[in-house]
Unconditional design. Structure first.
Ligand code: LMR
Length: 396
């Protein structure tokens, strides 16, 4: 029955974890997947999460099915975080938010809904983009193309190219935009450039799908989410996927969401009803624990403040590691100016290293990054930084 089944390639990101786990090199360092580790190389369990769980465990509850669209208090908290608690979209009831299985789940619910709505639309992702964007939208049945984004020579965004690509897109094209902390490059567009993107999305009648997986890792929670208001102000209806994997260090709980801004409350209830069908026919309804923890933190002022503090500490530590990486590479003998690493933001650095160099880093030094040259600077620490710098210097 399965004789014709071909071996699929390893996942370009999560597949590296498998290789890393099997590597016996005692000095190995995993800079592949986008996961934050503290200075001791440990995955943090946030204090705010522990406090919420302690309260929850004090009064254990039975585990019935959740509603298809998830925990009511969770969906409300996501809406408030993304759009603002007192914002017009929230108070007028025109945001449809559903709990998702991580940010990927939010994207997939949106993709499946869009496929029913606009079956012939093309999806545009940035060049380059998160590896899974292309796969996810392709598997949802879309033709996936790219818009210009990264300028390797300039080490920044090819904004003219980006605008030209968007201007050339047919009406109804779905444009996947990274709300902040662009994955994989670490280069975001400026607020003024966002204004221009919003204007093109509106003028050309494109559908914006904002992927917000790293809110709080760039400049701050509000700063990183500011782009949402620009789309609201332009009077657009759009999609936002949210992930709490990184910002709550709850990777394995798969806590995310999809929000769809609709024209009015009545339209919103129709959209929500369709999102629920997508969910019901995929996995029925979401799991409880992660969503309950995030809701407990976001809806409690003290825990929320603690979360903001802890997230801020992660952001600051990543920035410090960027500087240490630049300094360490110089000390290791790299002649090239690597200061671009400190102008990138978020968890990643697009190093500019070739596939061959990345393969050498893995095989000779046990330093894992993606073949595209992406490295997760959030996994660097004071103990592994020198080793990583020496290894990079040797392959450069
Ligand atoms: C990444 O880009 O490494 C993360 O978003 C994890 C993933 O699922 O790929």
């Amino acid at each position: 029955m399965f004789t014709a089944v071909e071996m699929a390639p390893r996942d370009p990101i999560l597949g590296l974890n498998e290789q890393y786990n099997a590597d016996t090199n005692p000095n190995k360092v995993n800079l592949g997947v986008g996961v934050y580790f503290d200075d001791n190389g440990k995955l943090p369990l946030l204090q705010c999460v522990q406090a919420a769980e302690k309260t929850m465990m004090a009064t254990p509850t039975a585990r019935g099915y959740l509603p298809i669209d998830g925990i009511v208090a969770y969906d409300a908290a996501v809406k408030s975080l993304v759009f603002g608690a007192d914002s017009e979209p929230v108070t007028s009831g025109r945001v449809a938010t559903v709990q998702g299985i991580g940010g990927t789940g939010g994207l997939k619910i949106g993709a499946d809904f869009l496929k029913r709505l606009s079956p012939n639309a093309t999806v545009l992702i940035s060049d380059p983009s998160w590896e899974n964007h292309r796969a996810l939208f392709t598997n949802a049945g879309f033709k996936v193309d790219t818009y210009a984004y990264y300028d390797a020579e300039k080490r920044g965004v090819n904004f003219e190219g980006m605008l030209a690509s968007l201007n050339a897109a047919a009406a109804g094209t779905v444009v996947v935009l990274h709300a902040c902390c662009h994955n994989p490059t670490g280069y975001d567009i400026t607020a003024a450039q966002w204004d221009q993107v919003v204007a093109v999305v509106k003028a050309k009648n494109l559908t914006a799908f904002l992927d917000m997986a790293y809110q709080g890792f760039g400049h701050g929670i509000a700063e990183d989410g500011a782009v949402i208001q620009k789309f609201v102000d332009a009077g657009l209806c759009f999609f936002v996927s949210t992930s709490f994997s990184k910002s709550f260090s709850l990777y394995g709980e798969r806590v995310g969401a999809l929000s769809v801004l609709c024209a009015d409350k009545e339209e919103c209830s129709r959209v929500l009803s369709q999102l629920k069908i997508v969910i019901r026919t995929n996995y029925s309804n979401p799991p409880i624990h992660g969503g309950a923890v995030v809701a407990a933190v976001l809806n409690n002022p003290e825990l929320r403040a603690l979360w903001e503090k802890e997230l801020g500490e992660m952001r600051v530590r990543i920035k410090a590691m960027r500087q240490k990486l630049v300094d360490g590479l110089k000390a290791a003998g790299v002649k090239q100016d690597m200061s671009f690493i400190t102008t990138q933001i978020g968890m990643f650095s697009y190093s500019g290293l070739s596939k061959d160099q990345m393969v050498r880093l893995r095989s000779e030094f046990g330093v894992y990054g993606t073949d595209t040259g992406r490295m997760c600077v959030a996994a660097l620490n004071s103990k592994n930084i020198d080793y990583v710098c020496q290894a990079i210097a040797k392959v450069m």
